[in-house]
Design a protein around this ligand. Sequence first.
Ligand SMILES: C[S@@+](CC[C@H](N)C(=O)[O-])C[C@H]1O[C@@H](n2cnc3c(N)ncnc32)[C@H](O)[C@@H]1O
Length: 304
Amino acid sequence: MTYLSPLAYLLGIEGVALLRGIREGGADRAFVEARLTEIRALLDLPALDEEAEVITATHGTISTADVYRDWAPTYDEPGNGMIEIEQPLVRQILDGLPVGTALDAACGTGRHGAYLAELGHRVIGVDQSAEMLALAAVRLPDADLIQADLAAIPLPDDSVDTVVCGLALAHVPDLGPVLAEFARVLRPGGHLVISDAHLLLSYLRPTLPRRPGPDGRPSILTEYHRPLSAYLAAALPLGFQVRHCAEPGRPPSPTASGPLPTEMSWDLLRWCPEAASAAHDDAPVVVIWHFQLEVSGGSTSRAS
Ligand SMILES: C[S@@+](CC[C@H](N)C(=O)[O-])C[C@H]1O[C@@H](n2cnc3c(N)ncnc32)[C@H](O)[C@@H]1O
């Protein structure tokens, strides 16, 4: 059970702002005093201290399938800050890869698959969500779309040249079996491009509860945010070599103004925009990996 208090979340953001400022040098006297004044004010605000809605939520009663069933119709709408940061960097890697057969693993609505098709690849999409795949079918009429789990991809060994897996591995409890499937379906020398929500983001913007969850009570989707070493520990023994790794951050941007909420929402940051900026600006949002599978019997020395 997690006890989610808007006041506690904002005090956490103030704390991150102070710790970052101390670590990175932005915490001059005026900044520190402003944070302390704001913390006192937040603690004394009746709207937050007494009236803000506190939720007790259970982890894991809602499933990934439940979430994407609800999210599918609006997933592609503009305004997804993570996609805005991730997409140009993933495309930059895809632009440099040889054209062939590409698997969009956990393709969702086919965002990366559509780009791969534009580049001339034959595209296969795999996803466990029927609702997301139905939208991918509209966007990718010529692709083979398969409903399956990433840990059991129904494709032959050595059958694809590129695997791209966008913003999905945080849903997977164990990276090992999934990366083993990517290695199995890739031809020797094939390329694997992964993007995933960054561990740090999961602290700054913890997953919000769904209300109601499937059993009528608030529920938080269980997610698996990982340190970079976890990807390496899973990928390197399979013969993947690192070609590139990036951790793009959120560019500095003012916190949007608007009515001050008192329920759990990212809009809570409007209560303390300076601390929100100090905590979030340039903090990594996603991690992006480009791996290449070794050619059997020897290491791959260059992207080809
Ligand atoms: C955030 S969406 C990303 C969709 C797409 N890759 C993109 O970047 O726009 C995550 C997708 O992963 C899929 N997914 C999560 N766990 C999965 C699993 N174990 N096997 C197959 N698909 C999975 C979900 O159904 C969802 O479509």
